[in-house]
Design a protein around this ligand. Sequence first.
Ligand code: C2E
Ligand code: CA
Ligand code: CA
Ligand code: CA
Length: 275
Amino acid sequence: AKKQGKNRFYWFEMPMENELRFRNELEAGIRRGIALGEFKPYYEQQVDLESGQLVGFEMLARWESPELGLVGPDIFIPIAEEIGVIGELSERLIAQAFEDAKEWDSEISLSVNISPVQMRDPWFAQKLLKLLVKHRFPANRLDIEITESCLHENIGMVRSMITSLRNQGVQVSLDDFGTGYSSLSQLRSLPFDRLKIDRSFISELKESDNRGKLVDAIISMGDGLKLPITAEGVENEAVLEALKGMGKLKGQGYHYGRPEPADKVIERLAAQDRL
Ligand code: C2E
Ligand code: CA
Ligand code: CA
Ligand code: CA
């Protein structure tokens, strides 16, 4: 397969045997990459939209592959889930992120994405809490992001997992909100701390004549449920201005910067005197 641009692979034009061989090599490469520490946490800024203050970072996984270059999570997360290594990969990334984030100002939060496959592990909450203790990372600086697709799993188990994490001070956000099928009653019955509006809704704010009715509706719903909101995909000034008029929100997106490795985060925070 040819790698073209960022994180994009083209599978077509490939004879079946080659496709299979590529897939096998990719799987082997992922296993090897985990063992060799080629997977790295990158970080995207999360900002208070009103003040422009940096309030946290979302960890986004990258594979620094010697053969393929920088590979994004949309390629390797689904494969890691399929071959049963997502738990190990995620634990290593989160452990590294705890070490990185300990260098930052203690007011700055750390968000991490959790796969639905991990949520099926009955020991997930215990494992995460153990990791917090091992790395001496304050639970109240950690925010875990779970997607609506997790809510299709055993809802009772998901609820008790969220509850035991929150009892220790960990925050729990519902990610990619609006793209799944969570019902209002599910939302009300699960103790989330925050909603993250998917960027597909935010991008409708780009056209100047569009008032973003859907975004407005989602924000009102969040208000009704007393859930604070983060908007993802804040790509430019126009989107930022539109959002500012809609309420007190946090946001993240290319307007503030691309995800960057730990050393770039340190440079950024040093410049702001926030180490
Ligand atoms: P996500 O959680 O919705 O993360 C946001 C994605 O949008 C990131 O893509 C980010 O680089 C991209 N993005 C941020 N700002 C903008 C913007 O202004 N415009 C546009 N067009 N895109 C923006 P990325 O890093 O490729 O991650 C893709 C997905 O992979 C993430 O979506 C998340 O669901 C998943 N992921 C990333 N890291 C992990 C991980 O460690 N574990 C698990 N389970 N999933 C992860
Ligand atoms: Ca996320
Ligand atoms: Ca998201
Ligand atoms: Ca998203």
